[in-house]
Design a protein around this ligand. Structure first.
Ligand SMILES: NC(=O)c1ccc[n+]([C@@H]2O[C@H](COP(=O)([O-])OP(=O)(O)OC[C@H]3O[C@@H](n4cnc5c(N)ncnc54)[C@H](OP(=O)(O)O)[C@@H]3O)[C@@H](O)[C@H]2O)c1
Length: 282
């Protein structure tokens, strides 16, 4: 077995995935970074030194397709060591529950939930054989708090939380730690090209038009305040490198811990009044 640590990162073409790639390369890891489109190769390579490029293996993987994951698993046989798996690939389906189709919920779950299971199952045999490994599942504050207009995304992340809690207990005795990393809002592409908006959202005929406008205005006003993904990248490295067994959950981002403490402490009725009031603010 090689002595160089290997991390496998899904969804490395931009956002957190690209940041994880850079951070782990700088820390001396061999990085297997996966993308799903040939034309995104340059995006991953951009800004990497020659030495970093040598430690990088780019592979194709669409986590939402059984066949793509099966091919990827075959290609993985060339590697005899994976220390860390970061299940990062994801996107957001937005819209109002009444106006969304079941197909749109399925679309969301194929990547954010089933995608994680597919890739994890492809990697677990090797991790069990080697007797160690860390699986970092990129969840979200949306895995702990519901938001209007985002129920497919929120549901997929809540499902990921339940899956990860259970899996953690199943694989602990094999020396494998499962971790949930739960970021607040960060400046990546998920809020633009990474969002699938339901057809009806915001339409004139929609009963949710005014709520859509409020949410949209709120997001536009807040976007500049979103965090730098490097914060999440560094935290992932700390989790990967920690000598002690990592905790189940790591939250990161402005106001996230305050929000979670508040949600835990105050009655639900007051909580929902606060959330809805926030939407009304300019
Ligand atoms: N940004 C935030 O504020 C935030 C907060 C909490 C959690 N998160 C989570 O962080 C993770 C990364 O998102 P991001 O914010 O970095 O967004 P991003 O910049 O849009 O990056 C998402 C990445 O996932 C890839 N991807 C999407 N669907 C895929 C699929 N079916 N198979 C393989 N790759 C796929 C995208 O590839 P393409 O380039 O090919 O589309 C891209 O590389 C997601 O799980 C997201 O839910 C983000």
């Amino acid at each position: 077995m090689t002595t160089t640590k290997t991390v496998l990162i899904t969804g490395a073409s931009g956002g957190f995935g690209k940041t994880f790639t850079k951070v782990f390369l700088q820390a001396g890891y061999h990085v297997i970074a996966t993308i799903r489109q040939e034309n995104k190769k340059q995006d991953v390579l951009f800004g990497l030194s020659e030495q970093e490029r040598r430690n990088l293996t780019l592979m194709f993987l669409d986590v939402s397709h059984d066949q793509s994951v099966a091919q990827f698993q075959t290609a993985l046989r060339a590697y005899n060591r994976i220390d860390v798996l970061i299940n990062n690939a994801g996107f957001a389906v937005a819209g109002f529950a009444e106006e969304l189709t079941i197909e749109e919920y399925k679309l969301q779950f194929e990547t954010n939930f089933f995608g994680v299971i597919r890739v994890t199952n492809a990697v677990l045999p090797l991790m069990r054989k080697q007797g160690f490994g860390r699986i970092i599942n990129i969840s979200s504050i949306s895995g702990l708090v519901g938001f209007p207009g985002l129920s497919p995304y929120v549901s997929s992340k809540y499902a990921l939380e339940g899956y990860s809690e259970s899996l953690r207990l199943e694989v602990k005795d094999f020396g494998i730690d499962v971790v949930l990393l739960e970021p607040g809002s960060f400046q990546t592409n998920i809020w633009t090209s990474g969002t699938h908006l339901s057809e009806n959202a915001g339409g004139d005929a929609s009963p949710y038009k005014s709520m859509f406008t409020s949410i949209n205005n709120r997001m536009i006003a807040d976007r500049e305040k979103y965090g730098d993904p490097i914060e999440v990248g560094v935290l992932a490295l700390i989790i990967a490198e920690s000598q002690r067994a990592p905790s189940l959950r790591y939250t990161v981002g402005k106001g996230v811990n305050f929000m979670l403490t508040l949600k835990r402490l105050i009655p639900w009725k007051i909580w929902e009044r606060l959330v809805l009031k926030q939407l009304q603010k300019p």
